[in-house]
Structures are given as structure tokens and as C-alpha cells.
Design a protein around this ligand. Structure first.
Ligand SMILES: Cc1ncc(COP(=O)(O)O)c(C=O)c1O
Length: 381
């Protein structure tokens, strides 16, 4: 149970608990050290750069899925910047090469297009191709990179027996909030389909989706699995994991306030000063129902409410939740686990303000990092 005095936090607010982030970072660094894997932060999942001074004490770098993320990695994090972009833009590639030491291409054609630039670049950049293992255990289609017809990665039938000259690595990403057993099963598929390439590479990037900070994750199994690959393929000098979610997993909250309670069709809805669709869109996209501190995800009490967002999108709501007492205007609602894939995905639809970004520091003090207003809304239009 958190000891943060949520009722004192100006709302709406994405509030990171520094000590929980540190706990995740310690665990991630320990797995990296024991397994020999290089673990880097996927900025697409967690880009709260006000924490990077801390994160970079534990991991050596970041991975970017666009030039802007590569800039953020280079300017705000430092260390290694890796990149995998679905496609690179001609007019951005020179700058991409400035920032990145590892670049992964999504297709053989993209590699052909940019390989001369790579060869001529004075700085050594190590390049890879993303493979599509045509195997994934991700249940939600939206998050499954291996559905038939997926544009993500090259399937085995497109490769010649020998990798294109200049390609030193392979990259795959097919997990989403999965354990190391799903990774192991994926690897068996990769060996079956891409085994002929595995002796030709010096590094393998196993993408993200490794939720190693979730309770119950078997770290010893992941560590043994990675070590076994190093032993089986002595040519593979570096195994890279690039999770995003695992860093931010259960490290903070979206703190909101009840503005109104409306009744409709016998059901009550608490209207919040935040938005499900604009501030926590995965709840609608996935979809899933986030936990609220002190409430149950259920419709089984006298005090059952849906949480309604501030936009006029009809579906901007989540729940129902059962509370131990009647909700009233001014009550504080604290959504749990709101650090990953939230701040990076927010919108200002309807002109709704973005939540503040703040940190609950280890010394129990509140640090406001950023608040947003008309300027940020206007700047995007
Ligand atoms: C290529 C790639 N790497 C890493 C990640 C991070 O995954 P996660 O945040 O689930 O760990 C993603 C997520 O979509 C991805 O597409």
C-alpha cells in the first residue's frame, strides 16, 4: 500500500514513485549482469526523461523507433542509442546515423537503400535486419507483430542462404507483457526457421515484451536461457533485450479528481478531470480495466461507478468499479500502473489538458516536473 498523500497532489497528474522505479531498475540491472544480456530502455514505452539521470545508472542506453526518440536518447540519456524504425526517412537518415551505434532495418529493401550511407559513414554503425518469426503468443491482434500479413520484420522465405554483406545482427520482437517461457518457445521457432542465419551474426536483439519486473517472473529461467544461447552460438557476442513496459511497470499513478456524478439507466458515472481515451488510451485500445486504489473492478456493491473521461467521446469511460462508500465531487481517484504507454500516447483531443507530470521522490517530497496548458495544445495544431 502506497503511503503517498494522494489528496495533496494537484490533479490530474501522472505521478511516478521514484523508489518503485529504482526497485525495477535494480532488478533489471541484476538480470543483465547475471545473464550477460545487454538491456536497454525502449523509449516508445517509457520516455519520462526527468528520470533518466537515475535510469542511466542501471542500463547503458536506449532504443528508438523514430528520429525524435533517437534525439531524446542521445540528448537526455546519453550512452548507447539503438534504433529500429519501421522505415527510415531519406531526409532524416544522416542524423539518425549521428546518434545511433546500432541500426535495425525492417526490410531488405531498406537496408539496400541505406547501406551505402552506412558504409561511407566515418563512425562504425552495426546493422541488423528484423526478422518475423511468424510465431507469437500475444492474444490481442493490435499488439501481435506476427499476425498473417504483418508488415513487421522479414519472414524466413525472403532470405538467401547468406546474409547480405554488412549485416551483423538480427532483431525480433514478438512479445507483449510475456514471460521467459514465451521467449524460449519463440527461440525454438527462430532456430527452426532462421537457424541457417544464426551462425552468421554477432548480435541478436530479442526486442521488448519481457515483463521481468512483474511479480512471479522467473528470472533464473531467463538468465539460464540467455546463457544457453551464448554457449550454443559462440559467434553471438551480444544478446540485447529492449523492454519498455518492464521499466515503468507498477511505478506510478494517474491521480484524478471527481468533478461530477451522473446517473444514466440506473448506473452511476463519476466524471473525472482526466480522460481514459486521451490519457490512458491502452485501456480502450487493448482493452483493459486498470486498478483503482481502494476500489474493486466489479459491479457488485451499492457504490458501483464507471469512471468517465472529460472528452465527449462516448466511449471515454472505464469500469465499473465498486467502492466501499459513496463517491462525491472532489474525491480523489488513483489509477494504478500508469507510467508505461501513457505519457507517450496522450492527446489533447477536445482541447483537454494533459495531466501534470510529477515525481514522488525517495525522500517523500513532491516534485512537479511539468504542467501543460493552452500553449502545448496550440503548438500541435
Ligand atoms: C521493436 C520493439 N521493441 C521494443 C518494444 C517494447 O516492448 P515492451 O514495452 O512491451 O517491453 C516494442 C513495443 O512495441 C517494439 O515494438
Amino acid at each position: 500500500m502506497s503511503s503517498i498523500p494522494f489528496h495533496e497532489i494537484p490533479t490530474p497528474c501522472f505521478l511516478l514513485d521514484e523508489k518503485l522505479l529504482k526497485k525495477n531498475l535494480e532488478l533489471i540491472a541484476d538480470v543483465a549482469q547475471k545473464s550477460g544480456a545487454k538491456i536497454i530502455l525502449a523509449l516508445k514505452g517509457f520516455s519520462m526523461y526527468s528520470t533518466f539521470h537515475l535510469v542511466k545508472k542501471y542500463v547503458p542506453g536506449t532504443t528508438a523507433s523514430s528520429l525524435n526518440e533517437a534525439r531524446l536518447g542521445a540528448y537526455e540519456f546519453g550512452g548507447e542509442v539503438h534504433a529500429y524504425n519501421v522505415a527510415y526517412l531519406e531526409n532524416e537518415f544522416d542524423e539518425m546515423m549521428q546518434h545511433c551505434g546500432h541500426i535495425t532495418f525492417n526490410s531488405l529493401a531498406q537496408w539496400e537503400k541505406f547501406k551505402t550511407k552506412i558504409e561511407k559513414n566515418p563512425k562504425k554503425i552495426s546493422c541488423a535486419i528484423r526478422i518475423n518469426p511468424e510465431y507469437s503468443e500475444v492474444e490481442t491482434e493490435l499488439y501481435n507483430p506476427c499476425i498473417p500479413g504483418s508488415r513487421l520484420g522479414v519472414t524466413a522465405n525472403h532470405f538467401d542462404k547468406i546474409l547480405p554483406e554488412g549485416i551483423e545482427g538480427l532483431h525480433m520482437h514478438n512479445l507483449c507483457e510475456k514471460d521467459s517461457y514465451a521467449l524460449e518457445r519463440t527461440w525454438l521457432e527462430i532456430e527452426k526457421k532462421f537457424g541457417f542465419l544464426l551462425s552468421q551474426i554477432s548480435w541478436f536483439n530479442m526486442g521488448g515484451g519481457h515483463l521481468m519486473t512483474k511479480e512471479g517472473y522467473n528470472h533464473a529461467h531467463l538468465i539460464d536461457f540467455i546463457k544457453s544461447i551464448y554457449i550454443k552460438y559462440p559467434n553471438i557476442k551480444e544478446i540485447i533485450l529492449e523492454p519498455g513496459s518492464a521499466f515503468g511497470w507498477r511505478t506510478g499513478y494517474l491521480v484524478s479528481k471527481v468533478l461530477d456524478i451522473v446517473e444514466s439507466g440506473g448506473k452511476e458515472v463519476a466524471i473525472l478531470d482526466s480522460s481514459i481515451s486521451a490519457h490512458m488510451p491502452d485501456c480502450i485500445e487493448m482493452p483493459y480495466t486498470p486498478q483503482i486504489i481502494g476500489a474493486e473492478i466489479a459491479d457488485n456493491s451499492t457504490f458501483s461507478y464507471k469512471m468517465g473521461g472529460l472528452t465527449c467521446l462516448a466511449g471515454d469511460h472505464v469500469g465499473p468499479y465498486s467502492f466501499p462508500k459513496k463517491l462525491t465531487e472532489g474525491d480523489i481517484i488513483v489509477f494504478e500502473d500508469m507510467m508505461h504507454y501513457t505519457m507517450v500516447k496522450t492527446t489533447t483531443f477536445n482541447g483537454v489538458n494533459l495531466p501534470n507530470i510529477a515525481i514522488w521522490k525517495e525522500n517523500n517530497s513532491y516534485q512537479l516536473v511539468k504542467s501543460f496548458g493552452y500553449d502545448e495544445y496550440k503548438a500541435r495544431l
